[in-house]
Design a protein around this ligand. Structure first.
Ligand code: EPU
Length: 363
């Protein structure tokens, strides 16, 4: 069989960054997206539950998965730079299989779902494209990026996504979903509202060569100053973000975690005002729609959960949003601790937190 590998009763322990020991009834690793229809047509796959997995950096398994886990391992970056004067220029770089279409000002870049996000970001910076510098070092795959609309340091990936290519399981065909159809919002998209319908196969980005840098998010300007940079280029901002992330967030290759486990809740402005009056230290970010995003990390820390540990399940002592596995915590143990944190924040602040990762199998 070309293009994919099937393994029965497969371990997922090395396929989720929280390092939870879970198994899949069937694991299908796909390297060639054109083989998806054939793979999905196997009776064992067609009649069963399906879970799409990238690097498993945003997932908590609370039990084994009784169905097919589809691990996206497709590769490829295809670049079209848009030429203002002479139309589209397409160039294929033989070594990497990269196609370039250019106008010198911006590029349209289609990337296979299985590419590692951080590799892609570093590649764009190396090619002189701007935009993704604030999103460096986020774990996970390119195909997962639009699903939760990954964001950090004042940027969200949605801003650079022109369209998403996906296999539509209902319609059994490849569809191109434009930016508006993807319904991006804070850590949210169409893909979260119609779970189980789409398998993202590629993401099409438009990246500029030049754009104003976004350095006003807490800490970036200060870090650039410490680096002695007064005229920053995108790679300087990337370096500053790498420094900030590595100093604040635990490294999933050292300690199991899935980045932020809780979303920053978005509440009515009146509630945000009341909370801010009572708790002046609480960070509040006004949203374009008049509502307010409030800092879940601050509330979790103020409620006394930062650094706590129940067995091997814990809340990081470096960042209160991060649920960590100190060794052999099980999925249910991690989920129980997460729920304890959510209950504690609700009791103290009257705000309901929501998990950011997909929690598989929770009741
Ligand atoms: N804070 C605390 N205690 C902590 C950590 C933070 O009180 O332990 C306070 C800080 O003092 C600050 C506020 O919380 O006032 C915000 O902290 P931070 O800048 O670290 O950002 P965040 O809102 O907690 C979000 C993203 C992160 C992203 C950072 C930086 C979410 C759910 N998380 O965290 O994304 O790296 O901003 O932009 O929106 C992820 O999604 O996995 C992730 C790590």
């Amino acid at each position: 069989m070309g293009g994919y590998t099937l393994i029965e009763n497969a371990s997922l322990a090395n396929r989720n960054t929280l390092r939870v020991a879970a198994r899949a009834k069937l694991l299908a690793e796909i390297r060639d997206a054109s083989k998806l229809p054939e793979l999905l047509d196997f009776p064992a796959v067609r009649n069963d539950r399906l879970l799409v997995l990238g690097e498993g950096s945003n997932m908590l398994f609370t039990g084994d998965f009784d169905g097919t886990v589809l691990a996206m391992a497709t590769r490829g970056v295809f670049v079209e730079e848009m030429l203002a004067t002479s139309g589209v220029h397409v160039e294929t770089l033989a070594t990497s299989g990269v196609e370039v279409e250019s106008d010198g000002d911006s590029a349209r870049i289609a990337v296979a779902a299985g590419e590692r996000w951080d590799d892609f970001v570093r590649w764009t910076l190396g090619q002189g494209y701007a935009g993704l510098e604030n999103l460096i070092l986020i774990p996970g795959t390119v195909g997962a990026a639009p699903i939760q609309n990954i964001g950090a340091y004042g940027c969200e990936v949605a801003e650079f996504i022109e369209s998403v290519e996906a296999w539509d399981i209902h319609e059994r065909r490849v569809v191109t979903l434009d930016h508006a159809t993807c319904a991006f919002a804070y850590r949210d998209s169409l893909f979260k509202h119609e779970p189980g319908r789409y398998i993202v196969t590629a993401v099409r980005f438009v990246l500029p060569r030049n754009r104003p840098l976004r350095t006003d998010y807490a800490g970036i300007n200060e870090q650039l100053a410490r680096m002695g940079v007064d005229k920053p280029a995108p790679f300087h901002v990337a370096e500053a973000v790498v420094h900030l992330r590595t100093s604040k967030l635990p490294d999933p290759s050292v300690i199991g975690n899935a980045g932020s486990f809780f979303k920053n809740p978005i509440v009515d402005a009146a509630l945000a005002d009341a909370l801010k009056r009572e708790h002046p230290g609480l960070a509040v970010w006004a949203q374009p729609n008049g509502r307010c995003k409030v800092s879940a990390a601050w509330m979790i820390e103020a409620a006394g959960f930062k650094g706590i540990r129940e067995g091997d399940a814990g809340i990081s002592n470096r960042h209160a949003l991060v649920l960590v596995n100190h060794g052999n915590a099980t999925g249910p143990q991690l989920w129980a601790l997460a729920q304890r944190v959510m209950d504690g924040v609700r009791e103290k602040f009257g705000v309901q937190l929501e998990p950011e990762p997909v929690v598989i199998g929770a009741r």
